[in-house]
Design a protein. Structure first.
Length: 392
């Protein structure tokens, strides 16, 4: 049986969300919209219908609860101020964590039946590569999280960190400050790690280092003993980790339990406070991360964002790390592009979105020729928090 969730945040007191066909609140981590059905609806499009593909299952499902909260907060804020160009956002959330062919089928159905005006996604790049074949030239598609870069498909607007801005300065800092020269690369076996590692190898060479080993791990793998044996034998100074979600959690736990954490640095890609919480405070020694967002960046924009987040979802809400927060910024970006274009029509919106400055929890983000540029921070894990080292 198909389940549907529709969100309309109106002007009611917080949390001002009306759910239809949903029994559990979104802050309950057991909530799992495994599938969403669309049906043809006639009449004028007086609402701005956004289909948000989030991940509630599989290895990236660890980000599902916080990502849900982030987009609900954005919808609430925008709708309380009158929507985007006078159109209130009507949000539909779909699980992007199942078989990719099922995700594509749901998106294709929504587009074919004219049930969506904008698609937004916070999910792995393998899903984006598949979905862009459905959305290309037909529906704007905003892709929000960290990714490998190079997305130029007409209609796809990517706003996340890329290796050029995220990994390169971190690699040079570890080479200069920590005298790291021997690198071992380990990532999940899909497009983001594949493409990111290609760029990373160039940056390692630039810094005077060398890659002493590389491997890709099937998504969902949780037995890392063989990987750790190969890492130990290669004697790297740094292990660059491009594992996704719970795969990163289980690897980093095993890494520390093997004794490697005391002698070998770690630099993680898709790492945030949610993953750090899963790893555990006693297993994060010598673990570094570069990102455009950390909870502790200490800006007024972030303070306001966190204040609203906790006022809405409570002090024990899931930590709102970089992946989840990016889903909030996806709607802030959409609003800025639409207001600059003066239209939500496909071509004017895409033109406006290619060169624009918008503001979210990260502060000002510049999109220049379709590439996102933002302040980037290097941090070291300190228990369950990240201690900011510098802006890079």
């Amino acid at each position: 049986m198909l389940s549907t969730v529709s969100v309309n945040s109106g002007g009611a007191p917080m949390p001002p969300f009306v759910f239809r066909g949903l029994s559990a609140p979104t802050t309950d981590p057991s909530w799992h919209p495994a599938d969403v059905g669309f049906s043809k609806r006639g009449g004028a499009h007086n609402k701005l219908r956004v289909a948000n593909f989030l991940t509630f299952s599989g290895s990236p499902g660890i980000w599902g609860p916080a990502t849900t909260n982030a987009v609900l907060l954005a919808v609430s804020e925008i709708n309380r101020r009158g929507g985007i160009l006078g159109r209130e956002i009507e949000l539909t959330m779909l699980d992007a964590g199942g078989p990719i062919e099922d995700v594509v089928r749901r998106a294709a159905e929504a587009v074919a039946l004219d049930e969506v005006d904008v698609i937004m996604g916070s999910h792995i790049s393998a899903v984006r590569v598949a979905l862009r074949k459905v959305t290309g030239g037909r529906v704007p598609y905003i892709y929000t999280p960290v990714y490998e870069g190079g997305e130029r498909t007409p209609g796809v607007m990517a706003i996340g960190e890329t290796p050029r801005w995220q990994s390169r300065p971190a690699i040079h800092w570890l080479a200069d400050v920590k005298k790291a020269s021997r690198w071992y690369l380990i990532g999940s076996d899909y497009v983001w790690p594949w493409q990111s590692h290609r760029a990373v190898k160039k940056y390692i060479t630039e810094s005077g280092g060398q890659v002493v080993g590389e491997e890709f791990v099937p998504v969902g793998e949780d037995n890392h003993s063989a990987h750790l044996d190969r890492i130990r034998a290669a004697r790297p100074d740094v292990v660059l980790i491009s594992l996704i979600g719970t795969d990163s959690v289980t690897f980093n736990r095993a890494f520390a339990e093997s004794g490697l954490a005391a002698t070998t640095l770690r630099l993680a890609g898709a790492m945030d406070e949610t993953v750090l919480l899963g790893i555990g405070a006693d297993k994060t020694e010598n673990l570094f991360c570069a990102s455009g967002y950390f909870i502790g960046i200490g800006s007024r924009a972030n303070d306001d964002f966190l204040s609203q987040y906790h006022a809405t979802f409570g002090p024990t809400a899931p930590p709102i790390g970089s992946v989840a927060q990016s889903n909030y910024e996806g709607l802030r970006f959409l609003q800025a592009a639409a207001e600059r274009a003066g239209s939500l029509a496909f071509k004017p919106l895409l033109t406006a979105g290619r060169n624009i400055v918008y503001t979210g929890a990260r502060g000002p983000v510049t999109i220049r020729n379709g590439r996102a540029e933002m302040p980037m921070y290097l941090a070291e894990a300190d228990g369950l928090d990240f201690k900011l080292i510098k802006t890079i």
